[in-house]
Write a protein that binds this ligand. Structure first.
Ligand code: SAH
Length: 466
C-alpha cells in the first residue's frame, strides 16, 4: 500500500492554498466544505477564486509565496503554475511536517487527494495511488451510479438511534443483524423515497418490539424502464431492479434491461399484447397486492414511464386502498426517447410550439379523440399504440384540416439496436407501414419537426463494428 487512506479533521483549522487559478479554487472549495479556515496566497485571483473571496469562503493574501509562510497551517495545497514555487512550498512543508499536496506532481506530495463520492456524512474516497486520476474518476462514476443520493440522510438517521439500539441489543451479533435489516429493508426504502417520517416511525416500532421478531411488510416499486436502451434507466430504477425479490414485467421491457434485474429474483410475465392480455389488469393489481402482503419487495417494471399510457395510476390506487407502501420511479417515455434517437425534436421554435401525446388505441373507431384540436398546425402530435389504426389516424387528421403534406414518421423499436425510422406524410404513412412490414412497438409522430430528421439524425443502429 503506497498511501494510508485517512479522513483528516480540519474544521476551524487554518489551511492554505498557494495559487489563485481554477484548480486552486476547486481545492480551496473542498477545504472550505470540510470546514477549514482557508487562506489563499497569490498575487492575483481567477474568476472563481474572486467569487469565493467575495462570498467570504477564503481570505486572500495578495502576494507571492515566501519562505516562512507555512508555519501556522495544518495543511498546504500548492497549485501554482510555477514549478519552483511548488517545490519551495513542498520543501518547507516537509521540514515543518505539514501535510502538503502539490497539484499534478505526486513526487512532491506528502498526501494526495482522492476522487470523492459525497453523501455527507458518508464519503467514499477513491485513489489509484497517483497512477491515474482519470481511472479514479471512472471508478468514482461507477460508484456514483449505485450509491443512492439519500445515503447521507440514512446515515444521519442511523446515527440518531445508535445509542438506543446499542442498549436494546447489547450483543454485537444481534445488533449487526438489526442494522442490516434497517439498511437493506423498508426503513432505508422510506428514506430513499423521501418518506422520512415513515422511516422514523418504523425504526422506532422495530426497536420497541425488538423481542417479538417483527415481520416486515412488503413493498411495491413501480418503475419505468424507458423505451429499450438500458443506458436510459435511472440510477434509482437500476438500484431497485437489483433489490427486488419478484419482478412483474411487461412485453415492452427489453431483454438487455431484464438482464440487469437481480439474478435470483422470481420473474412474472404480465405482458400485454394487443387484444390478448397475458394477465388482465384487475389481476395485475391483485397480484401486486398479494405479493407485497407476502412480505416481498415487488418490482413492477414497465416500458417507458408508468404514468404515461402505463396504468400506473390504477395500480397505485389499489396499493393505497390496501395500505401497501410503494414508490414510483419515472422512466423516459417512448415519445421522448424514440424521437431523440430519431433526431426529431418534439418542439422547435420555428415549427412546433406544443406537443401532444395521445393514444392511437381508439376505442370505437376514432370518435373519442378531439381531432379538431389534434389537427392544428404548429404542434407535434405523438401517437402511442397507433400502428393498427394508422390509416384512420392519418385520414382523421386530414379531414379535420391538417395538410396532407404534413411530415409524419414511424419509429419502430426506438432506442434499440433494431430501431427503424420511416419518414413520409399523412398521405404516404399507411403505405409505409405495409411496404416495410412495420411491427409494434411503433410510435407515430406527426408535425413539421419530422423534417428535421434528415439533418439531425445521429443514432445509427445496426452499423456493425468491422
Ligand atoms: N408507458 C409507455 C407507453 C406504453 S403504450 C411509455 O411511457 O413509453 C405502448 C406504446 O408505446 C407502443 O404501442 C408504442 O407506440 C410506444 N412505444 C413504447 N416503446 C417504444 C419503442 N421502443 N419504440 C417505439 N414505440 C414505443
Amino acid at each position: 500500500m503506497k498511501y494510508l487512506p485517512i479522513f483528516y479533521e480540519i474544521t476551524d483549522k487554518p489551511c492554505v492554498v498557494i495559487g489563485g487559478g481554477g484548480i486552486a479554487a476547486r481545492k480551496a472549495d473542498l477545504l472550505h466544505q470540510a470546514g477549514a479556515r482557508v487562506s489563499v496566497i497569490s498575487p492575483e485571483l481567477g474568476d472563481e477564486m474572486s467569487r469565493f473571496q467575495q462570498q467570504g469562503k477564503i481570505s486572500w493574501q495578495q502576494r507571492n509565496f515566501e519562505a516562512g509562510d507555512l508555519t501556522d497551517y495544518f495543511l498546504v495545497i500548492a497549485a501554482t503554475s510555477d514549478r519552483r514555487v511548488n517545490e519551495q512550498a513542498a520543501a518547507e512543508a516537509l521540514v515543518l511536517k505539514i501535510p502538503c499536496n502539490v497539484v499534478d506532481n505526486p513526487e512532491l506530495c506528502s498526501f494526495i487527494m482522492p476522487s470523492i463520492i459525497n453523501r455527507d456524512p458518508v464519503q467514499i474516497a477513491v485513489s489509484t495511488g497517483g497512477a491515474s486520476p482519470v481511472l479514479a474518476r471512472l471508478i468514482r462514476t461507477n460508484l456514483e451510479s449505485c450509491t443512492p443520493s439519500a445515503y447521507g440522510k440514512l446515515a444521519k438517521l442511523v446515527e440518531k438511534y445508535r445509542d438506543r439500539v446499542k442498549s436494546t441489543f447489547p450483543r454485537v451479533v444481534e445488533r449487526r443483524k438489526f442494522w442490516e435489516s434497517i439498511l437493506e429493508g423498508p426503513v432505508a426504502e422510506h428514506i430513499f423515497a423521501g418518506r422520512n417520517d415513515d422511516a422514523r416511525q418504523l425504526i422506532e416500532q422495530l426497536i420497541d418490539k425488538a423481542d417479538s421478531n417483527p415481520s416486515y411488510k412488503g413493498e411495491v416499486f413501480l418503475v419505468g424502464a424507458g423505451p429499450g436502451d438500458p443506458d436510459l434507466l435511472t440510477f434509482r430504477a437500476l438500484r431497485l431492479m437489483q433489490k427486488a425479490d419478484v419482478i412483474v414485467y411487461d412485453r415492452l421491457v427489453s431483454q438487455p434491461i431484464m438482464d440487469l434485474v437481480r439474478r435470483d429474483a422470481e420473474r412474472i410475465y404480465a405482458g400485454k399484447e394487443r387484444s390478448h392480455h397475458a394477465i388482465p389488469q384487475e389481476n395485475i393489481n391483485q397480484l401486486l397486492v398479494r405479493l407485497a402482503k407476502e412480505g416481498k419487495r415487488v418490482l413492477r417494471l414497465k416500458g417507458g414511464d408508468n404514468f404515461i399510457f402505463g396504468r400506473g395510476g390504477e395500480e397505485i390506487s389499489e396499493l393505497i386502498d390496501e395500505d401497501i407502501p410503494f414508490q414510483v420511479v419515472p422512466g423516459i417515455t417512448a415519445a421522448s426517447g424514440c424521437t431523440t434517437y430519431a433526431g426529431i425534436p418534439l418542439t422547435h421554435r420555428d415549427y412546433a410550439q406544443a406537443c401532444i401525446f395521445v393514444t392511437g388505441h381508439l376505442k370505437d373507431g376514432s370518435s373519442d379523440l378531439n381531432w379538431d384540436m389534434l389537427s392544428h398546425a404548429n404542434q407535434t402530435v405523438v401517437f402511442y399504440m397507433g400502428l393498427v389504426n394508422v390509416q384512420s389516424i392519418c385520414d382523421s387528421l386530414k379531414q379535420h384540416g391538417r395538410a396532407a403534406s404534413t411530415p409524419a414518421a414511424l419509429i419502430e423499436k426506438g432506442t434499440t439496436p433494431e430501431q427503424r425510422v420511416f419518414i413520409g406524410d399523412l398521405d404516404t404513412l399507411p403505405g409505409l407501414v405495409n411496404q416495410n412490414n412495420v411491427k409494434a412497438p411503433t410510435l407515430i409522430v406527426v408535425g413539421e419537426v419530422v423534417e428535421l430528421h434528415k439533418k439531425l439524425h445521429w443514432f445509427k443502429p445496426g452499423e456493425e463494428i468491422k
